[in-house]
Design a protein around this ligand. Sequence first.
Ligand SMILES: NC(=O)c1ccc[n+]([C@@H]2O[C@H](COP(=O)([O-])OP(=O)(O)OC[C@H]3O[C@@H](n4cnc5c(N)ncnc54)[C@H](OP(=O)(O)O)[C@@H]3O)[C@@H](O)[C@H]2O)c1
Length: 492
Amino acid sequence: MPEQTPAEPTTSPAANIGVVGLAVMGSNLARNLASREGNTVAVYNRSRSKTDELVAEHPEAEFVPAFSYEEFAASLQKPRTAIIMVKAGGPTDAVIDSLMDVFEPGDIIIDGGNSLFTDTIRREKAVRERGFNFVGMGVSGGEEGALLGPSLMPGGPDEAWVTLGPILRSIAAVAEGEPCVTHVGHDGAGHFVKMVHNGIEYADMQLIAEAYDLIRRGTGKSPAEIADVFAEWNRGELESYLIEITAEVLRQTDAATGQPLVDVVVDEAGAKGTGAWTVQTALDLGVPVSGIAEATFARSLSSHREQRDVSGGLPGPAEDAFTVADADAFIEQVRLALYASKIVAYSQGFDEIRAGAAQYGWTIDLGAISRIWRGGCIIRAQFLNRIADAYAAEPELPVLLTAPYFVEALGRAQDAWRDIVATAAAAGIPSPAFSSSLAYYDGLRARRLPAALIQGQRDFFGAHTYKRIDKPGTFHTLWSADRTEVEAEDTH
Ligand SMILES: NC(=O)c1ccc[n+]([C@@H]2O[C@H](COP(=O)([O-])OP(=O)(O)OC[C@H]3O[C@@H](n4cnc5c(N)ncnc54)[C@H](OP(=O)(O)O)[C@@H]3O)[C@@H](O)[C@H]2O)c1
């Protein structure tokens, strides 16, 4: 009998998706992936201990651990699909380079970190030139979102979306039956939208903080009593995750002192930079995102302790001099001012996305963006349905706050909004986001802006020229001669 040749061992790769970077976000995302039907998840971390810990603590996930990039690549089915969840910047570049050394053309590399969208555009180009697919993906929802269902904002090529779409739909949060993920657009579109999401988050948080401050200083209510106000607001049109957690934070008592926690926390707000990116990008695009900018600057101001220490004696109304006669009526006014300012913040954020899409050649469905923010992410809110409705009715809406629903809401709120901004100014209570939002609103409404005077000044000192309302062309006044007007070349 002829000798039988033993069959080749068939060791087909076990995993359909991999995660690199197993700190809090990566490990939770890996667990989320593993919990979904049909997924087998390969995991790799630079330092081995995190991989060992994750695998030991979660046997139910049946992870496929890898301890080198080669092992990681060998454990993945083709096209290999790997999500990177490491520190943004240099570490992300290092991991991409290592993956390209062991992956093959056609494989998909996803950066789920908080990368700057211009880095993503650069990386996408470099990775594509080597034949791989690269997807920059915004992930929102913090560690809980990563584990239970985040809002996902992937960019990148259509080809990658074919493989990635079903996987991402399976792990995303679900809002009103829809998974909170959409293919945002090409290359850096996903990270751009995530950046603006974070900018809006800054504005929303600052507005809520201003509302709390006004109520506390105007009514003398305790943080726990104000928690009840926010809990009540969370049952109406302001219903959102941020309002909900505000009530929780205000209700928290410090175990060590018995004081409200909010009174023992140092009043200096930190930032990781995405708010600043949103504002810097908006400045480059020429988009006024004043609410987001004020929120970002308010955090900066709060953190300049050395300046605040020497400024406490500056003249102004006494801190304890402000009380309102009718607390309930005042609280309702603050609620309306908050809602109106929030509409402005979102309108400005969507404006920035529109401008970014035009500048970078992305096709972004603004209605879809508002829908994927309804679940999983930090700014999830009932209100996003109204934005989705507005874009469904008019996809090319030039200014979100001119949609009929928002016009009605602003009409209802504007008297209270003006009163609150005026009251805060008179009482010396800083309310930069409330007041800048109102100024933006009035700027948009104004038939004539003093920009005409600025054009006159620019023409005076720099011959920058101006246009006239009554005839076409570009003009310059001979300011240092006889002050007659001449036609000129448009120099802006
Ligand atoms: N935390 C959040 O709420 C949140 C929300 C959305 C998005 N994000 C983004 O998600 C990403 C991960 O966040 P995170 O908080 O989980 O972790 P992180 O603290 O930002 O990063 C730690 C991870 O990066 C790895 N790492 C650092 N330098 C590396 C290098 N040169 N090569 C390979 N790996 C390197 C670390 O590996 P070692 O263990 O070996 O040090 C560790 O796995 C970040 O981009 C973050 O901005 C975070």
